[in-house]
Design a protein around this ligand. Sequence first.
Ligand code: IMP
Length: 430
Amino acid sequence: MANTVVVGMHWGDEAKGKVVDWLALHADYVVRYNGGNNAGHTVVVGDETYKFHTVPVGVLHEHVTPVVADGCVLDPKIVVGELANLAQRGVSTARLKISGSAHVIMPWHRLLDALEEQHKGDRKVGTTGRGIGPCYADKMSRVGIRMADLIDPSRFRARLADCLKLKNAIITKVFDAEPLDESAIFEEYSQYAASIAPFVADTDAILAEAVQSDASIVFEGAHATLLDIDYGTYPFVTSSHCVAGGASIGTGVPPTAIDRVIAVAKAYTTRVGAGPCPTELTDAIGDKIRERGNEYGTTTGRPRRCGWFDAVAGRYAARISGATAIAVTLLDVLSTFDTLKICTAYSIDGRKTRDFPADAEILAKAEPIFEELPGWPDDITAARSFDDLPANAQHYVSRLADLVETPVCLIGVGPRRDQTIVLDREILEG
Ligand code: IMP
């Protein structure tokens, strides 16, 4: 069976959850490989809406083993809450596996995320405030606490004392803020540890066995290519490897075991937080897209910045992540516009280019060059095949695929699982 990475094409929120949910119908494992509860994946099944921040979307399928792998960071309080919520709604989490190597988001990470953002002033990233950056920074500095430490009381006590000595010095002496209380944290986090411990496992070994036995794995990417720590629009990025290559780094599954990469792209572009977004519309059209697409953050509720589809960024993302196909989501949001635009090139310092400059300073100077296409008045939410779409919608999708130089395998025409047009069944069914 094929192993497939699902990765976001632009700056996140591309409705990857829905695509992963589709793929999960035919998968054995669904694996989160990066990020933490800064991600928000929504799946609508019938009248039920599920919002995930840490647990992989695949948990909704009884035949799937959901895995949170090594490259992720976890906030124990959020994990415990998410598990309780799923249990309350009758969703079994019994098969969930969490890597012992995944790092733990501690209270000082959230506090320092806020204090560092304040300190940056105009240069702030606009983080989700979930402590993600400081947690990954500690991982790289080799002073982090991992899940395996958290669930071993004596290891946890020692690591906590060690970490807090330094963190409290920074909190009080650099930021002039109140220190954190070690015994209160130990009490609280020991309780979370007891709830999470049954799920902690050697996920590398489990996935190696899955590869060996020819099981089918879906890698559920969080955030998106342009938020990647190395290949995104630094410094306006998150702190993990969001690109498809991150699936290998974040799980221990070798690159040679990955067969396909589906890049998920909205039919338009959005961004939350600070940083350049060349096609952003700050007018009534942008507002209309936001309202029609309900473009408010799943995690923070912040209004998303909306703009026309950026094919320059899309082509870059498809290259960096090695996309073998694209899934175009939220096409229905573009119904009722008289004309639509796609950004085909940038003008930077008077020079036209189709190459994406990931350097935020250069990207900030990019002026989009648009191609105009006719819109369609019709509601397309009932379309279930490409032929059901109005000719102008078909043309829009085909043009987008041409510009990104990647074929389309799936089109989303509404939030529900069934509001999906499948163009390439083989890709989706493995
Ligand atoms: P952090 O990941 O909270 O450190 O935030 C860093 C940047 O990434 C901010 O601009 C966030 O808005 C953005 N970001 C992080 N996760 C997501 C996501 O899942 N969707 C969209 N933007 C995100």
